[in-house]
Design a protein around this ligand. Structure first.
Ligand SMILES: *Cc1c(COP(=O)(O)O)cnc(C)c1O
Length: 389
């Protein structure tokens, strides 16, 4: 082959299924037509099923961070106290956005690689019920941790605060029940587990969050959820206040159809299998997992503090085998590499990636038994009730 076959094994942007790619290739309808608004309605109804919510979901022409910012500017007023659970680079972003808009930010810090301590959060909320909001994250993509949103939601529901969750990388891949878990505002991005190209942000709101919209005083215009909600609900078909990313919404509709064809629970189970297999393979290759309890099934971080050169692994995997994984962010830069197993990814993709990592490790002189990682992953796939048999 003249060029390497390219494979993405990163925690976003992920590989896009062919039907979803094709959905953007046909000439799309004008965004003010009934045809487009029906497509938007179908996509948003599908998302509500995925989120398990009866509340509104609004599309925004922005990336995941823009959806996060929309939650902050639309739901809060300058000077309000908020509590941010910081367990990595993306949850740290909540604190940065809140500070940029003049909120008084308190933090609960976890070591990077550990989940949010729900007990500590409970105690803090009991002692100090003055927070207008609690900000947390479903899947912390910088470390590969999944948080106990149900536990966090129960603690926050007893306080006056609303719970705002970054679900950018986890929604679609991990079990999630927005209403039952008392999540009040949720930010999502299109390019992670939803398997759509980047550029579409989405926000879902609870009834408790909606009550905040009228009184929120942070200046805002384009990212106003007030405007988005008004356009969404003004007529029987949904609309948007500004030109929506038409092709991305058509792709979202296609992707949700695919997710529901597989079955949401079956998709979650596949994610769990891939996560279990990668974690088993990492240990079999003599490498160390960054995350113990609370490991996310979206991606796996490998701690190279006493291991091979993390940057070299990422580079050689891409240069020699065409596979894109990613390195560390923030304070974990240079110390970890992260394998994404989310999006349009299956067991065979994981086996190929593990095999390629083994070959890279051997070229880098790292002591591991040839085939040990692949064998460990195969053992996971062969155990249980053979999903594809
Ligand atoms: C990717 C990601 C973001 C940022 O999304 P952008 O689309 O790059 O703005 C935020 N939070 C999490 C958890 C992510 O994985």
């Amino acid at each position: 082959m003249a060029t390497l076959k390219r494979r993405i094994m990163a925690p976003g942007p992920v590989e896009i299924p062919p039907e979803t790619l094709i959905a953007a290739a046909a000439p799309g309808p004008h965004h003010r037509t009934r045809e487009f608004r029906l497509a938007l309605q179908e996509a948003l109804a599908g998302l509500r099923r995925i989120l398990d919510t009866t509340g509104p979901v609004m599309p925004l022409a922005t990336s995941g961070t823009g959806a996060m910012e929309a939650c902050v500017v639309s739901l809060f007023s300058p000077g309000e106290e908020v509590l941010v659970t910081v367990c990595g680079n993306f949850s740290q972003r909540w604190a940065e956005i809140c500070e940029a808009y003049g909120l008084l930010v308190h933090r609960i810090e976890s070591a990077w690689g550990e989940p949010v301590n729900v007990k500590e959060l409970e105690t803090k909320l009991k002692r100090h019920d003055t927070y207008a909001g609690v900000f947390t994250i479903l899947s912390e993509t910088s470390t590969g941790v999944e948080n106990d949103i149900q536990g966090i939601g129960e603690a926050v529901a007893r306080s006056r605060a609303i719970l705002v969750v970054d679900g950018v990388s986890g929604i679609g891949a991990l079990p999630f029940h927005m209403d039952a878990w008392h999540v009040d505002a949720l930010a999502i991005g299109s390019q992670k587990a939803l398997m759509v190209p980047p550029g579409l942000g989405l926000v879902a709101l609870s009834a408790k969050a909606r009550e905040r919209l009228a009184g929120a005083k942070i200046p805002r215009y384009y990212l106003s959820l007030q405007k988005a909600l008004k356009a969404l609900e003004a007529e029987d078909l949904p609309d948007t206040p500004f030109t929506p990313p038409v092709s991305l919404i058509l792709q979202l509709r296609e992707s949700i159809r695919a997710i529901e064809r597989e079955g949401l629970e079956k998709g979650w189970a596949r994610q769990a299998r891939l996560g279990n297999a990668v974690r088993a393979a990492v240990q079999a290759m003599n490498l160390k997992l960054l995350v113990g309890p609370g490991a996310s099934n979206v991606l796996t971080a490998v701690d190279c503090e006493k291991g091979p050169d993390a940057k070299a692994v990422v580079k050689r995997l891409r240069d020699d085998w065409g596979i894109s994984i990613v390195g560390g962010q923030g304070k974990l830069k240079g110390r970890i590499f992260r394998i994404g197993h989310v999006g349009y990814v299956d067991e065979v993709d994981v086996l190929g990636t593990i095999a390629a990592i083994e070959m890279v490790l051997r070229r880098l002189g790292w002591a591991c038994t040839p085939g040990a990682g692949v064998a460990a992953a195969e053992a996971v796939f062969l155990a249980g009730d053979a999903p594809h048999a």
